[in-house]
Write a protein that binds this ligand. Structure first.
Ligand code: ADP
Length: 259
């Protein structure tokens, strides 16, 4: 860490993270020597082709999987050695997920889908419902609260998933190809929602294979064969017509990726 960083400024810090899988007799290194620091309020995209290690990295970031080597500090806490119960607690309270395939409960109402995500956080039932309504309002779906997801368009379903991901006020929003199932106009409006969340101070890590989606973030890191490298500002800006330059003032303090 540099002198300007404190634990409070940093949501996550990976150092020398490796993840190997055993495939028969052969060890496959899905991640090798991954260093990544994401500051509070930063929006970082991780871009890479199929098979490059994106899902493996997302699973580790989201405490769904453990690295085989290296250190992962999440909000100042070393989480790589936590047991399953402890990881579930951190994940449930501090991390929101948005997936390509939405993963909504089709027989529950939109409101229930959002409220149920707070089931194990100690929030009362009445407060869960109230907060779910507020989260739905923040994604423009308060009028759909009583619908089931089956009656919604793809873009609306992803909005519900975003409301569910942010309702418990997480420290980190992890998004895995969130526009992968959407047409370009709908994708743009979903990416606009992420822009708004970032403007509101949420820390976002988005995984994508699409350079124009990646370019919406403050900065991008590339993953290839399990190794991270920084994407230069010029290349990042060229990623898409709607892209913003990586002008985050914290950028210099958070040189996130070294290969
Ligand atoms: P991506 O999400 O970028 O497509 P993955 O993280 O799924 O990449 O995979 C990275 C590498 O790790 C690939 O070579 C993949 O075959 C390998 N891999 C992923 N999961 C497993 C597993 N459970 N067992 C063996 N190899 C795996």
């Amino acid at each position: 860490m540099t002198a300007v960083e404190t634990d409070a400024d940093v949501v996550l810090a990976l150092e020398g993270i490796g993840r190997t899988y055993l495939s028969g007799e052969v060890e496959v290194a899905a991640l090798a020597g991954v260093d990544l620091t994401v500051g509070r309020g930063e929006y970082v995209s991780i871009v890479g082709p199929s098979g490059s290690g994106k899902s493996t990295l997302l699973n580790i970031l989201g405490l769904l999987d453990r690295p085989t080597s290296g250190s992962y500090r999440f909000e100042g806490l070393e989480v790589s050695g936590l047991d399953e119960t402890e990881r579930t607690a951190v994940r449930g309270r501090r991390i929101g997920f948005v997936f390509q395939a939405f993963h909504l409960l089709s027989h529950r109402s939109v409101l229930e889908n959002v409220a149920l995500s707070m089931l194990y956080t100690g929030v009362s039932s009445k407060d869960r419902t109230q907060r779910a309504r507020e989260a739905l309002a923040s994604v423009g779906l308060e009028q759909r609260a009583e619908f089931t997801p089956t009656r919604l368009s793809g873009g609306e379903r992803q909005r519900v998933a975003i409301a569910r991901a942010i309702v418990a006020d997480p420290a980190l929003l992890l998004a895995d190809e969130p526009t992968g199932n959407l047409d370009s106009k709908t994708s743009d409006s979903i990416l606009g929602l992420f822009d708004g969340l970032r403007a509101g101070g949420l820390t976002i890590v988005m995984i994508t294979h699409d350079a124009s989606v990646a370019a919406r973030a403050d900065r991008s890191v590339r993953i290839r064969d399990g190794v991270l490298s920084a994407v230069g500002a010029a290349e990042h800006a060229r990623g898409g017509s709607g892209g913003r330059l990586g002008t985050d003032s914290r950028g210099a303090a958070h040189q996130g990726a070294q290969s």
